[in-house]
Design a protein around this ligand. Structure first.
Ligand SMILES: Cc1cc2nc3c(=O)[nH]c(=O)nc-3n(C[C@H](O)[C@H](O)[C@H](O)COP(=O)(O)OP(=O)(O)OC[C@H]3O[C@@H](n4cnc5c(N)ncnc54)[C@H](O)[C@@H]3O)c2cc1C
Length: 467
């Protein structure tokens, strides 16, 4: 039996790993990668040190990512404390201090109990989301992203992919001011978009703004290369150009055509998993002979430029003429028409020795700026007194969310699956890992006709009674 995974980002690498666990060691697993293993988990190098330029932070309750790191013998990168502030283009409207109680008091003073309401909302969603780990541990799979969400949080979770985070929070009693200032800042730093993004991805974004975050020592991309090895997958450095049907005597196979530096080749597979976005600007393969035809899905991906800049911050721009007194390492922004960036943060390398210390604000440091377009010379001069280097990565980073987009299917054909539809619920490393395990279980359950393990209703109750 032969399986193919196309794309070696965290989704594809995790899919290869879970396919191996499900189908056993006899099957052959080929993974195709047209560029670099890791995909949107990538680093750039400044002065011999690497810095995350794509997906960077992971929540402590992201259990698949935790498990991968443990299995691969990787480590959590040491955390170096920082202070955050929110800038509205004119001044800081919220500043974190060293004092927990003072921070709480400031939140309460400015926003009333909105932050408590928000906290409870996020925790409830998180708690329900965690059910997925139990369902997956029992081998249950879902044939659509909607079914997966419904099993976790009922129709409410599905509806959360259609209505905006602002609308949901207002209904909860969160104040407009809190939404405009704090929620907007979090949506901008995590997804480069506004509070009109759907509530589900909004909640994931808010979870990603909590304190208990980590990343992988040496770089998050190490998880991808590690999982491919662990899965004993055969990595093919090639770009898949087309998938077509190939009817053999026994069953239908998939013919995968691909280009390597040397030649064009093809191979036949029983099961194929597509682990990269199939939306217009990224859908770089054609599907031949399929009825109904498989075409690119509507919607587009959001451009986020990640600029890694080695330089001296211009603290005057933020109202601190003396750079020595500038206390913040992370600056978020509100949705203001004058602002040309979403966030700026003083970042640490992927390897932190015990002797590492964050640079003083008056020293040259490494900053990461997220913006919608590459920063112009003038914009760089606004943010930095001077700089040594600028490295831009222009990502098609995550879906450009709006509430009327339908989530793409997982099953494209009998044994042809699509992983990245889950990004339209929310794009994050853990979501790709959850999607990868789901697709591996779904492929397995369908192949061996374990239909009782697909789209089961009332799973929480069933699992409890099975125990
Ligand atoms: C700037 C930025 C910041 C982010 N921050 C965070 C964060 O802090 N925390 C978090 O959890 N998530 C974050 N994310 C999101 C997270 O990085 C992504 O959701 C996740 O990495 C997606 O992984 P993937 O494997 O699904 O897709 P990708 O990483 O895009 O992998 C797809 C792979 O498929 C390959 N490919 C495409 N076409 C073909 C083809 N025809 N043939 C062969 N190979 C092909 C590509 O080269 C690529 O390597 C961030 C993303 C960006 C861009």
């Amino acid at each position: 039996m032969k399986l193919a995974v196309i794309g070696a980002g965290i989704g594809g690498a995790a899919a290869a790993h879970f396919l191996r666990l499900q189908f056993g060691k006899e099957v052959k697993i080929d993974v195709y990668e047209k560029a670099v293993v890791g995909g949107r988990l990538a680093t750039v190098t400044v002065n011999n040190q690497q810095y995350e330029s794509g997906g960077s932070v992971i929540h402590s309750l992201n259990l698949h990512m935790q498990d991968f790191v443990k299995k691969l013998g990787l480590k959590h990168r040491r955390e170096v404390a920082i202070k955050t502030a929110i800038f509205n283009g004119d001044q800081f409207i919220l500043e974190e201090t060293d004092w927990y109680l003072l921070n709480l008091f400031r939140l309460w003073w400015r926003y009333g109990i909105s932050f408590l309401r928000l906290q409870m909302w996020v925790e409830e969603i998180m708690e329900k989301f965690m059910r997925i780990y139990k369902y997956q541990a029992y081998g249950h799979a879902f044939s659509t992203v909607e079914e997966l969400l419904r099993s976790l949080g009922g129709d409410r979770f599905v509806n959360m992919t259609h209505r905006s985070v602002a609308e949901s929070l207002l209904e909860l009693g969160v104040s407009q001011r809190f939404i405009d200032e704090v929620i907007a800042a979090v949506m901008r730093v995590n997804y480069g978009q506004s509070v009109s993004i759907p509530a589900f991805v909004g909640a994931v974004s808010l979870v990603g703004a909590q304190a208990n975050l980590w990343s992988v020592e040496g770089g998050n991309k190490l998880v991808c290369s590690g999982l491919l090895k662990l899965a004993n997958a055969n990595l093919i450095h090639g770009k898949v150009t087309a998938i077509s049907l190939h009817n053999s005597e026994e069953n239908t196979l998939y013919k995968v055509r691909y280009e390597t530096e040397e030649e064009n080749q093809s191979d036949l597979y029983d099961i194929v998993i597509i682990a990269f976005p199939l939306h217009h600007e990224m859908a770089n393969i054609t599907f031949e002979d399929f009825k109904p035809p498989i075409t690119a899905f509507p919607g587009s991906y959001h451009h986020t430029v990640s600029s890694i800049i080695h330089g001296y911050l211009n603290s005057s721009y933020f109202g601190f003429p003396d750079p020595k007194l500038f206390p913040f390492a992370s600056i978020l922004t509100t949705d203001s028409p004058d602002l040309f960036f979403s966030s700026i943060g003083n970042i640490c390398p992927v390897n932190i020795s015990s002797a590492f210390r964050r640079k003083q604000p008056q020293e040259a440091a490494i900053w990461k700026v997220f913006s919608h377009q590459p920063l112009s010379k003038q914009e760089l001069k606004t943010l930095f007194r001077s700089y040594y280097s600028v490295q831009d990565t222009d990502w098609l980073a995550y879906p450009h969310y709006n509430s009327d987009k339908k989530i793409p299917p997982i099953i494209l054909h009998n044994n042809l699956y699509y992983l990245n539809g889950i990004e339209w619920a929310a794009s994050a490393m853990e979501m790709s890992a959850v999607g990868a395990k789901n697709v591996a279980l779904l492929a397995y359950n369908r192949w061996y006709q374990h239909l009782d393990k697909i789209d089961q209703k009332d799973l929480m109750h069933k699992i409890k009674t099975e125990l």
